[in-house]
Design a protein around this ligand. Structure first.
Ligand code: NAD
Length: 236
């Protein structure tokens, strides 16, 4: 069976790495654009392109390399993300700009850079990794929530723009997932969070990856412009 081709931003760890592993299981060949390389050997169908997604030129150059090698893009996953939390009153311009650049502008750049290829080939899927706080907002995360809400707006607009060419665009909004992004939380903070989750547990990177796998596959062929919360029911 011919391999499907996927490009993902980030992916060296956490949710991105879990997505890569599921895609490899699903017969994809994957190009991941991140600053560091995955340490484990994941076989011959994974390619690292050293990229800082906050550097537009570097990002576009890496995307061009990936497209040249892959020829077809069946799936794009915008996964790279950072947090720089703090109350608005004390939030620096730098912490605002960094989060918007990595989380939102990088997704705009990748979608724009790959749009010609996607529209020409008349098939493909885009999955943007947003967050439940992009839906609900969160005190102390104005920059992060705005970037993730922006991704939802980007998702819905591109779903409408690209639908006639057979390209689906969806977002996944994870809740509290156990990765390096959430490991800074104390046990007491985690307990307080779990108390507010109807399913009474934190999520795993694999749970998010399973949803991305679904949105990439033909099992979701009639789904576009949607935001799927993978959050144990936290935001209902
Ligand atoms: P993580 O910190 O483990 O991974 C973040 C990924 O982004 C890494 O692969 C990192 O290399 C990459 N990245 C960050 N800045 C980059 C840059 N400038 N250039 C290239 N790559 C860069 O966190 P994670 O939990 O795996 O996060 C993955 C995505 O899921 C992020 O978009 C995050 O906002 C989102 N998310 C996570 C949670 C959670 O609870 N962990 C919840 C909601 C949304």
């Amino acid at each position: 069976m011919e391999k499907q081709k996927a490009i993902i931003t980030g992916g060296s760890r956490g949710i991105g790495l879990a997505i890569i592993k599921k895609l490899l299981e699903d017969n994809y060949e994957v190009w991941y654009l991140s600053r560091t390389e995955v340490e484990e050997n994941l076989g011959p169908f994974i390619h690292h392109i050293k990229t800082d997604v906050s550097d537009k030129e570097n990002l576009v150059e890496s995307l061009n390399t990936a497209v040249k090698e892959a020829k077809v893009v069946d799936l794009l996953v915008n996964n790279a993300g950072i947090t720089r939390d703090g109350l608005l009153m004390r939030m620096s311009d730098e912490n605002w700009d960094d989060v918007i650049t990595v989380n939102l502008t990088s997704a705009f750049i990748t979608c724009r850079a790959l749009s010609r290829t996607l529209l020409k080939q008349k098939h493909g899927a885009i999955v943007n990794i947003s967050s439940v706080v992009g839906v609900s907002g969160n005190a102390g995360q104005a920059n992060y929530s705005a970037s993730k809400a922006g991704l939802i707006g980007l998702t819905k607009s591109l779903a409408k723009e690209f639908a006639s060419r057979g390209i689906r665009v969806n977002a996944v909004a994870p809740g509290f997932i156990e990765t390096s992004m959430t490991e800074k939380l104390s046990d007491a903070q985690k307990e307080a969070i779990v108390a507010q989750i109807p399913l009474k547990k934190l999520g795993s990177a694999e749970m998010v990856a399973d949803t991305v796998r679904f949105l990439a596959s033909s099992a979701s062929q009639y789904i576009t412009g949607q935001v799927i919360c993978v959050d144990g029911g936290m935001v209902i």
